[in-house]
Design a protein around this ligand. Structure first.
Ligand code: ATP
Ligand code: MG
Length: 639
């Protein structure tokens, strides 16, 4: 089996992947029905797909329950005494939950929800840190048919209130706090501030995590522990319609106002169960660690629904990646014997900055497969990950997907068969996914020609709608190219059919008549030995249309200087060509990123063009916008 990133296409048509893929294209409904049968249903469907564009409904008439699939089915097998969750708190405290413990807890939590009046169809807002109670509450909601919306615990009261009000959540579940970089984060205080502006919230349920002592409002606030005392040990799983919503989740807000994405129960679970087998070859004996926060779609699918539907063990870590030292993650991998590790390019680049020496003291030999998600991974980071974490033994799956797609859409699929890997490419579409690159008119682009990434057919993981706004749903995803799902990303497809994501379509630069994706330009910058991370934006220019502005973070040991700036410009010319020479290169210490770790180029664009920054409620750290602006102004003065 080829395990190296070398490319040999000679025997591809005979590969199993193509056999499965072609089968999925010839008879999509038969194909998806076969995948659906791999899950336990209370009642099978009458119709596989009801497609009234742009609305797709999957497994219509079928009934199932998410918590039954993720928990109950396992406690009927030997897996009842097997680990479901390895949890590690930032201070070093740990908890290990078997499937039978998880089952007991999900039932008790479901009983608590019922006892405080939560019914099928009600919306439950979960504002919790990375503690086991978060997945338990998600599963408990699914058990009784309530719809959860998880709001990342790093968000402000404003961001939390906006999301609660958008869906009219009935209850807010939070914790007394959490540990982050050794400090106490008081979530309850933020929740108190939030509920002043959320008229639909009648009760606030509080999980005890830190024991730090928080104020409780009589009649409104309830301790989970008190309610658990009265909880029933068994709550029957509600038979949910396949087309019932399982959850609502807001997009990261990288490009603007976050959208409330609604996912179904049946289609979402079938799709993710299949995708995690194909992409990660996940098994019941896998120890699967996804480092994302449950607050993002990656966390929903990769920490909760997909691994648990397979009966695997998940690792969940509360704290910061580099706390108390930069070796925290590698210590966790060794400690729990992680076999599949899934993280983001941002994290990889953070570790690259420190070099690989400190990795040597850890035994990472249990790792079998590595994954990347969230942004394009530049080839330098890919190779660093492959060599130093995967020890040249583990394939890397670069998985392209979105909150909207519900699951991974384009990626290597070693669970079907390992095909050659190309660093920087997300690979081939998953079975059942008809991905394409098209031009402005919706016509297929030529091989290696840039265009818009679209999906031709509906797939089971596809969003149902944008909550409360079907018009925005139709407009955002289906208006540009009627009949095709518009992803909003820019990409190419090479002669082997591999996809290369080049950035967001609305951030593409038009320089002297050429269209260049931000990722292409950023990869060029990062391939310079002095650059650790880079973000590229366009600035309107009366002559060229747009000029390129690069913001760069330097690696340890390099100093900003005009000479280095010139060198980087020359490097661009070498790597991409004269058209791609940035007009300006600014050295900064940080880049504005969303809470999910994605660069907010629109903020940089506003800084570069001196216009309004807009909504930054999803921004990681407001200070970084100011810092970028300051660096920019100082440099401008010096020129
Ligand atoms: P918003 O839609 O609110 O602007 P967002 O798009 O950042 O936020 P997500 O749904 O979390 O919210 O992110 C999906 C996007 O992330 C994709 O459309 C793509 O731009 C990027 N992305 C995710 N995975 C990859 C990958 N493997 N390679 C390249 N880009 C990726
Ligand atoms: Mg998006």
């Amino acid at each position: 089996m080829p395990r190296s990133p070398s490319i040999d296409t000679k025997y591809w048509p005979h590969k199993k992947y193509f056999e499965v893929y072609h089968r999925s294209m010839e008879n999509p409904e038969g194909f998806w029905a076969e995948e659906a049968y791999k899950l336990p249903w209370f009642k099978t469907w009458d119709k596989v797909l009801d497609w009234k564009p742009p609305f797709a409904r999957w497994f219509v008439g079928g009934q199932l329950n998410a918590s039954y699939i993720c928990v109950d089915q396992h406690v009927k097998t030997w897996r009842k005494s097997k680990v479901a969750i390895y949890w590690e708190g930032e201070p070093g405290d740990t908890r290990v939950l078997s499937y039978s413990t998880l089952h007991r807890e999900v039932n008790r939590f479901a009983s608590v929800l019922k006892n405080i009046g939560i019914k099928r169809g009600d919306k439950v807002a979960l504002y919790l840190p990375m503690i086991p109670e978060l997945p338990i509450f998600m599963l408990a909601c699914g058990r009784i048919g309530a719809v959860h919306t998880v709001i990342f615990s790093g968000f402000s009261a404003q961001a939390l209130a906006d999301r609660i009000n958008d869906i009219g959540a009935k209850i807010l579940i939070t914790a007394d706090g959490s540990f982050r970089r050794g400090k106490l984060l008081n979530l309850k205080e933020i929740a108190d501030e939030t509920v002043k502006f959320t008229p639909t919230i009648k009760k606030v349920l509080v999980v005890k995590r830190t024991g730090s002592g928080v104020s409780m409002k009589e009649g409104r606030d309830l301790w989970l522990d008190d309610l658990l005392g009265e909880a029933e040990a068994h709550v029957p799983p509600e038979p949910m319609e396949s087309t019932d919503p399982l959850y609502i989740l807001y997009t990261s807000g990288t490009t603007g106002k976050p959208k409330g994405i609604v996912h179904s129960t049946g289609g979402y679970l079938v799709y993710n169960h299949a995708a995690y087998k194909w992409v990660f070859d996940i098994k019941e004996e896998s120890v699967y660690w996804c480092t994302a926060d449950v607050g993002w779609v990656t966390g929903h699918s990769s920490i909760v629904y997909a691994p648990l539907s397979h009966g695997a063990a998940i690792v969940m870590y509360e704290g910061a990646p580099d706390y108390p030292g930069i070796d925290r993650w590698w210590d966790i991998i060794e400690k729990y014997g992680v076999t599949i590790f899934y993280t983001s390019p941002t994290a990889i680049r953070l570790f690259m900055k420190y070099g690989a020496d400190w990795l040597k003291k850890y035994n990472l030999s249990t790792l079998e497969l590595l994954g990347s998600v969230g942004e394009a991974i530049n080839p330098e980071a890919w190779l660093w990950y492959y060599r130093n974490i995967g020890e040249e033994r583990c394939p890397i799956v670069d998985t392209w997907w979105q909150t909207e797609t519900g699951g991974i859409m384009i990626s290597a699929t070693p669970g079907i068969e390992q095909l050659p890997l190309k660093p920087g490419s997300t690979g081939l579409p998953l079975p059942g996914i008809e991905a394409m690159v098209v031009d402005e008119n919706g016509e297929p682009s030529l091989t290696s020609e840039k265009g818009y990434l679209v999906i031709n057919k509906p797939w089971p993981g596809m969003l149902l709608t944008i909550y409360g706004n079907p018009e925005r749903y139709a407009e955002a995803y289906w208006r540009k190219f009627p009949g095709q799902f518009y992803t909003g990303d820019y990409a190419t497809k090479d002669s082997d059919g591999y996809f290369w994501v080049l950035g967001r379509a609305d951030e593409v630069l038009k320089v002297a008549g050429h269209r260049i994706g931000t990722i292409e330009l950023e990869n060029a910058a990062i391939s310079h030995p002095a650059v650790a991370e880079a973000a590229v934006v366009g600035k309107t220019d009366p002559v060229k249309g747009e000029t390129i502005v690069t913001f760069a973070i330097l690696r340890e040991g390099f100093e900003a200087s005009p000479t280095l700036e010139q060198e980087i410009k020359k490097h661009y010319r070498r790597v991409i060509g004269p058209v791609a020479i940035p007009e300006e290169v600014y050295f900064v210490n940080r880049l504005p990123k969303t809470r999910s770790g994605k660069i907010m180029r629109r903020v940089l664009k506003a800084v570069a063009s001196d216009t309004d920054i807009g909504d930054v409620t999803t921004l990681e750290d407001e200070a970084s916008v100011e810092e970028v602006r300051k660096a920019y102004e100082e440099l401008k003065k010096g020129l």
